[in-house]
Design a protein around this ligand. Structure first.
Ligand SMILES: Nc1ncnc2c1ncn2[C@@H]1O[C@H](COP(=O)(O)OP(=O)(O)OP(=O)(O)O)[C@@H](O)[C@H]1O
Length: 307
């Protein structure tokens, strides 16, 4: 029997609403997160990425399947203590670094509060030392940054504070939902590098959510490409991005998607027609999974020629 994963999604489905108005946001989502490794969840707007993050954070209960933490269904965590322990273990980093910080508190307050609440330092001096250590880790000078308020920081600095705050409770899993999409292009790579280093040095499991498949390789060893709530292709990042087999992944790699616009394809009429055919075929629910390589899989795409 294989060892239990740190976090495992098994056949997870999520439906909102009922009857004719029901929306299936996720269908049959299955993957495992392990310490020190990251999975990039990639797909265009509406594919179900955020729903998946919210399920992992315990904000939604799946309507099908299970989310298991160290082998235990997270919705069946024993009592409030178990729930609190799970909430501490999973920390989120959001897209908008400003909205996640309270404008009336300085950086030191944002970091020392979770440290105290979760009992990671006993004295005021120890809390201060821990705040300084976290700020140094995320690349900020503690003497300057600790007393600043959110509006006095740049977008990149705010996101660094958010990362430090997530680390303050010593989590085991980081869920980073489009952590760089609202930042200046020039600093996006620095933040991705910081996340990758953090994951490796602290042995964290990470789910990196993005619409931009090109950035996945900076952070994640594995990639899951999603479309219309289904995993369409997944496996080792190098295999999925270097030798994509599913037509939708090929389409994703051939265009630079705009997060605000659903991917339609650009260029010639022939490209657009094929893009539409791929989108229509990829939307169909199918349980047929094809093994493409040692750790490389795709969902069958009925009616589409593979190139
Ligand atoms: N609370 C909800 N009630 C009803 N439908 C929802 C709800 N949340 C999400 N959905 C629907 O589920 C689908 C997936 O949404 P989700 O936000 O997870 O996608 P996403 O890939 O994160 O998109 P984006 O990048 O735009 O946030 C969409 O069709 C969305 O409209």
């Amino acid at each position: 029997m294989t060892e239990a994963a740190l976090l495992e999604l098994q056949g997870v489905g999520m439906r909102f609403g009922a009857g004719d108005h029901a929306v299936t946001a996720l269908r049959d989502v299955t993957f495992r997160l392990q310490p020190g490794r990251a999975i990039a969840l990639v797909g265009e707007s509406g594919c179900g990425k955020t729903t998946c993050a919210r399920l992992i954070a315990g904000l939604y209960r799946p309507t099908e399947g299970q989310v298991r933490f160290r082998g235990t269904d997270v919705t069946a965590q024993a009592g409030r203590a178990g729930e609190l322990a799970y909430r501490r273990a999973v920390q989120m980093i959001f897209q908008d670094p400003f909205a996640s910080l309270n404008p009336v508190f300085n950086v030191s307050h944002h970091l020392s509060r979770p440290i105290r609440l979760h009992g990671h330092a006993a004295t005021a001096k120890a809390v201060e030392a821990r705040v300084a250590e976290l700020l140094r880790w995320v690349g900020l000078d503690p003497d300057i940054a600790a007393i600043k308020f959110p509006h006095q920081l740049s977008g990149g600095q705010r996101q660094r504070v958010n990362i430090a705050r997530a680390l303050a409770v010593e989590p085991e899993i980081l869920v980073a939902d489009e952590p760089t999409s609202m930042l200046d292009v020039s600093i996006r790579l620095d933040i991705l590098k910081l996340l990758a280093e953090t994951k490796a040095a602290r042995g964290l499991a990470m789910l990196y959510i993005t619409h931009d498949i090109a950035t996945a390789a900076h952070v994640a060893e594995e990639i899951v490409v999603m479309f219309a709530g289904q995993m369409v292709e997944w496996g080792d990042t190098a295999a999925v991005t270097g030798a994509p087999r599913h037509p939708y992944t090929q389409l994703l790699l051939s265009a630079v998607p705009d997060p605000d616009v659903k991917l339609r394809g650009t260029g010639s009429g022939a490209f657009q027609a094929r893009a539409e055919a791929i989108r229509t075929a990829s939307r169909q629910a199918t349980d047929s999974i094809v093994t493409v390589g040692p750790n490389h899989f795709m969902r069958a795409a009925p009616g589409l020629s593979l190139q």
